[in-house]
Ligand binder design. Structure first.
Ligand SMILES: *Cc1c(COP(=O)(O)O)cnc(C)c1O
Length: 226
């Protein structure tokens, strides 16, 4: 199947999930996760109408982004090491997966040095799996309070990765819990937390039904990574 057909199919499924949930299709952004894929593949995706790309390695992105068309938006979706924050802040328009207070502070400091304010999503480890990065749900209110005092980060929302499962329905409770956490935190924290970054190739429709505003889709667009 051509990439155009795959992208069209995904857009259609996004629209159908929005319709089921009574949501406006414009309320969901498709982030094309291009990690491990070369600039030629990004170019092909651009020709299919995509313009927002996600990467999870700073080093890889630093060589890829300059080799791609200049008008694209790049968002960092992975675990960010402290010594790569400055680079990430200058390369990316948004950071998903900010998973600790020290990292949040560092992002603010680096963004300040670059003269910008960085939009970020806090990653929440909803499932509590020890293999996963992210704030424990109970720690999110405190992190938001701390974020209020940081001048150069704007916490625009929450992000999560549910446990891997072949049945996307199994992911639904984790998406629900992220949305409930957002609803509970938004007013007291003073952050609108408009973004819910959740849903990947295998479960983006369920995520949209549960309120996702950005879905991070890789293999369903580019094919499986080797
Ligand atoms: C790789 C990755 C994705 C995309 O996963 P696919 O299953 O290929 O769609 C989404 N989010 C994060 C954080 C990732 O690392």
């Amino acid at each position: 199947m051509s990439m155009q057909k795959r992208v069209d199919g995904i857009q259609q499924r996004i629209a159908q999930a929005c319709a089921r949930a009574g949501r406006d299709v414009e309320s969901v952004r498709l982030i094309a996760v291009s990690k491990t894929y070369a600039p030629e593949h990004v170019q092909e995706a651009v020709e299919c109408g995509l313009s927002v790309f996600g990467e999870n390695r700073v080093y890889e992105a630093a060589s890829k982004i300059p080799a791609c068309p200049g008008h694209l938006e790049w968002e960092f979706i992975g675990h960010l090491q402290r010594n790569k924050v400055m680079r990430a802040v200058s390369l990316f328009q948004m950071l998903h997966g900010v998973d600790s207070l020290p990292l949040l502070r560092k992002v603010s400091a680096c963004a300040g040095e670059c003269g910008k304010t960085m939009p970020v999503c806090l990653e929440v480890n909803v499932s509590g799996e020890s293999s996963k990065y992210g704030f424990a749900p109970d720690d999110v209110p405190g992190a938001l309070e701390e974020a209020n005092a940081l001048m150069h980060v704007d916490v625009v929302g929450l992000m999560t990765i549910p446990p891997f499962t072949p049945d996307s329905e199994d992911a639904r409770p984790f998406f629900q819990r992220l949305r409930e956490l957002r609803d509970a935190c938004s007013v007291p924290s003073g952050f609108e937390l408009a973004e819910l970054s959740m849903g990947m190739s295998g479960d983006f429709e369920v995520a949209i039904e549960e309120g996702a505003t950005c879905v991070r889709v890789g293999t369903a667009i580019f094919g499986s990574r080797t």
